[in-house]
Design a protein around this ligand. Structure first.
Ligand SMILES: NC(=O)c1ccc[n+]([C@@H]2O[C@H](COP(=O)([O-])OP(=O)(O)OC[C@H]3O[C@@H](n4cnc5c(N)ncnc54)[C@H](OP(=O)(O)O)[C@@H]3O)[C@@H](O)[C@H]2O)c1
Length: 217
């Protein structure tokens, strides 16, 4: 039986991830503490989406997107209990807001590292955390699609998420091992600073641009 894509946390990020996944031809299991609250989203997404409690949504998951407040991340995964070997995509940022965003990581060094330490049987990948939720729904910007930076220690899991990001219309960028999750969480700090305090607004993202080989300066 093919395994599922699941999303735990159906706020701004989780709901827009669901919209993008369905728009790109995937089916999704939506895990929420009150699945009945997702009736409007299910009506919008049609047969490709189903709502359930987090543990039921993740029961047969190959890959789980986690989009909850960072302080609730460990508790949410414990309740969802994805099967051993599943990929856990950590979309979360451990932030405080005092005149702008401040990175406040847990003792392990990042939310992703905290999750990997708490759930060694899961393969944690950091991704989809470094741009606003509008981009989760639609990655297309004026100059092309947004980059999706993906960090994780399990090479196969990282490749799976890079492939999924490409299928969703992002430009996938391999950001290396899970230690770089701290970098991606700080990229989110910079995104929020520029969006909310730097005059860019929410409809932008970071993109890698290369000079064409051999082009004169
Ligand atoms: N908003 C953005 O633009 C953005 C962009 C990139 C990354 N992020 C990160 O993504 C994460 C989610 O952000 P968001 O803006 O989508 O937040 P949000 O709109 O506040 O939604 C959070 C969701 O998490 C659920 N939740 C909370 N605790 C839970 C638990 N213990 N178990 C299961 N579900 C739980 C909430 O459901 P209930 O109704 O059950 O409380 C809610 O649906 C955050 O870590 C944030 O830093 C946000």
């Amino acid at each position: 039986m093919p395994k599922d894509l699941a999303i735990v946390g159906l706020g701004a990020v989780g709901a827009n991830l669901a919209r993008r996944l369905v728009a790109s031809g995937h089916s999704v299991q939506l895990g929420a503490r009150r699945p009945a609250d997702l009736a409007a989203l299910i009506a919008e997404l049609g047969h490709a989406a189903r709502a359930a409690s987090p543990d039921l949504a993740c029961r047969n998951a190959e890959l789980v997107f986690l989009a909850v407040p960072a302080h609730a991340a460990v508790e949410a995964v414990r309740a969802a209990a994805p099967p051993a070997g599943a990929i856990l995509v950590d979309c979360n940022n451990p932030l405080l807001f005092v005149d702008g965003p401040i990175w406040k990581p847990p003792a392990e060094g990042s939310t992703a590292a905290q999750l990997q330490a708490a759930f060694p049987a899961l393969r944690v990948v950091k991704a989809f955390n470094h741009f606003g939720a509008e981009l989760h729904a639609d990655p297309m910007l004026r100059g092309g699609p947004a980059d999706a930076f993906v960090a994780g220690d399990d090479a196969a899991a990282r490749q799976r998420v890079l492939g999924l990001a490409a299928a969703m219309g992002f430009v996938p960028r391999d950001a290396g091992p899970l230690r770089n999750a701290a970098v991606l969480e700080n990229l989110a700090v910079l995104w929020i600073q520029l969006a909310l305090h730097g005059g860019l607004g929410r409809e932008f993202s970071f993109r890698c641009e290369q000079r064409p080989a051999g082009e004169a300066r």
